[in-house]
Design a protein around this ligand. Sequence first.
Ligand code: NAD
Ligand code: IPM
Ligand code: MN
Length: 359
Amino acid sequence: MDSKIGTRKRIAVIPGDGIGQEVIPQAVKVIQASGVGVELTNFDWGADRYLRDGTTVPPDGFAMLARDFDAILVGAFGDPRVKTNIHAREILLGMRFKMDLYANVRPVRLLDAALCPLKGVEPKDVDFVVIRENTEGVYTDAGGVFKQGTPDEIAIQEDINTRKGVERIIRYAFEHCKRHTKLDGSPRNKVLMCDKSNAMTHAGGLWQRVFREVSGEYPHIAAQHMYVDALCMQMVRDPRQFDVIVTNNMFGDIITDLAAGLQGGLGMAASGNVHPGKTSMFEPVHGSAPPIAGQNVANPFGAILTAAMMLNHLGMTAPAEKIEAAVLDAVRQKKTTQDIGGTLGTRETGEWVANIVGG
Ligand code: NAD
Ligand code: IPM
Ligand code: MN
């Protein structure tokens, strides 16, 4: 029997480490307040479990997630006690790679002008999305170290770019552009590919050729290009120009932290790790933030907006919109954590949003 048959969507919840354990319960509270028919199952994968019994991902863990769940909601992984970061690699990158969640979709939206460090920038000016390749690049751990600890040590980190991987992420970006509108209802109409093909000629050449080919299939979408260094400068100078950005794994990681800065910081940024038709995983962009963990100060909005993104992906658009509207309300009324100017704690902020969503 197909275990996914039934009307209630099944969601695996993995809070992980540090502030993941604080923000994910708030996101869960808000999901429950929205009244959606979902079944939530908690998993204790993370540093504590790893330090207790050596488990990062239990045997068959990824197959179980793919088989028994419609989506996965994740907090963050990273703990100063696990110096190698092995658990984060095996759990987080494991989900992305082994479940082949090749599109990391990271929307960049400014909810209120007061949150943006740039002067004169309004919410309508920051409404773009970064589509990050999520299964290749320098993240595959291909490479090695030779003569370690000697003056002749050599460290090689390979940058893997496959024709299939590059083509599917670029096509995903064009399809996303075609199917999505901006928050004000206007159509998206530009896809910008960001690379470093002036220095990284082999990989860059492949991205350039594939981008040219795939963009030809979308004559109504403007195809643009920028080197990643120039893009960083432009993102700060004039974020209005961006619509859909597609890039590789590492550049996508870096520019989405920069982009989070435009939104009010890492506490505001949401993301999805998607493979259309497969069980996909949703997580805020931020990490486990060890210095602020356990203090009830972490901003839960990134996690709550991520939950909304997940519900949207599962076809529950009305509750997703309700959650996004409640977060916007909270921001406007300063019912927020201190990082974005409020006075509430993580729990109190989550409760405020849950009350609006449930009311
Ligand atoms: P981080 O995102 O944890 O923190 C960066 C800065 O942003 C810190 O100043 C932190 O206090 C602040 N911040 C982050 N989230 C916040 C929130 N919700 N509210 C308020 N402030 C917030 O990045 P880091 O310090 O580079 O990494 C810490 C650990 O997290 C590392 O182990 C790293 O590998 C890991 N990490 C994990 C993920 C993930 O699991 N998806 C993502 C990024 C980093
Ligand atoms: C992210 C994180 C991860 C990444 C780390 C924890 C491996 O920074 O999700 O942005 O680089 O992808
Ligand atoms: Mn990152």
